[in-house]
Design a protein around this ligand. Structure first.
Ligand SMILES: *[C@@H]1O[C@H](CO)[C@@H](O)[C@H](O)[C@H]1NC(C)=O
Ligand SMILES: *[C@@H]1O[C@H](CO)[C@@H](O)[C@H](O)[C@H]1NC(C)=O
Ligand SMILES: *[C@@H]1O[C@H](CO)[C@@H](O)[C@H](O)[C@H]1NC(C)=O
Ligand SMILES: *[C@@H]1O[C@H](CO)[C@@H](O)[C@H](O)[C@H]1NC(C)=O
Length: 196
């Protein structure tokens, strides 16, 4: 076999393996409950640096996100499995509600219709890359299965901390405050700063 043919074959094989998803998708499932800290840079969009504390609680059917803007305010976002989402500012007692067709993602969402995009390096981690209707790209660390980075609504989030099982048990923290139900502006879903 001529060396060039050999090289072409090797190249073809490398390409094929690059695009075959991992056999064990379970390694990339989310735990049913987790706490994550993610950071993003919104300055190109006229925003600021942002740190979000996320508490994902699948058994209880909700997620809470505490959004901190650099040297700015703190917003709370509660989203439910039924697609209802409230974004409120306790300091100003204002609230916006959103409705998403699909609520929070199940832990095994990758096994249900996610498209595999091969391997890539994200923030220095060797990752498998997927997308779905929510994430334009989702990067999971091959070594540990944890998320490293995702792109939602054009915004890139970098995962700084990912802790299995740590959630807020105090149910009062999960409730949208009363003013969300009495004086709520319905937000535009497309512009929702939903921190997923
Ligand atoms: C955030 O993005 C802006 C614009 O791309 C860049 O100038 C700035 O250095 C970035 N900040 C950080 C902390 O990466
Ligand atoms: C979704 O569930 C939450 C919490 O139980 C509730 O407040 C909200 O009204 C529900 N939304 C819809 C559209 O049923
Ligand atoms: C929440 O409750 C679970 C189970 O009861 C417990 O293991 C966990 O430590 C609690 N988490 C916090 C932050 O209190
Ligand atoms: C409702 O919210 C608007 C704008 O956030 C505020 O100006 C108004 O005073 C609020 N009304 C009540 C009854 O809280």
């Amino acid at each position: 076999m001529a060396p060039t043919t050999m090289m072409l074959l090797l190249f073809a094989c490398a390409k094929a393996s690059k695009l075959s998803p991992p056999a064990q998708l379970r390694a990339y499932e989310w735990p049913e409950q987790y706490h994550a800290v993610v950071v993003s840079n919104l300055t190109k969009r006229g925003g600021r640096l942002q740190v979000i504390e996320m508490y994902y609680d699948w058994p209880r059917g909700h997620g809470i996100n505490i959004v901190r803007e650099q040297l700015g305010g703190v917003l709370y976002n509660v989203e439910w499995t039924n697609g209802s989402s409230f974004l409120f500012d306790p300091a100003a007692s204002t609230c916006r509600s959103f409705h998403f067709a699909v609520g929070i993602l199940p832990p095994d969402w990758i096994a249900h219709g996610a498209v595999y995009h091969g391997r890539d390096t994200a923030d220095g981690f060797d990752c498998h890359v997927w997308s779905n209707f929510l994430f334009q790209r989702y990067y999971a660390d091959i070594a540990t299965g944890r998320p490293v980075r995702w792109i939602f609504n054009g915004i890139t989030r970098h995962v700084l901390l990912f802790q299995k099982g740590r959630v807020i048990n105090d149910s009062s923290k999960w409730q949208a405050p009363p003013y969300c139900f009495s004086n709520t502006t319905s937000g535009d879903v497309a512009s929702a700063p939903a921190p997923r």
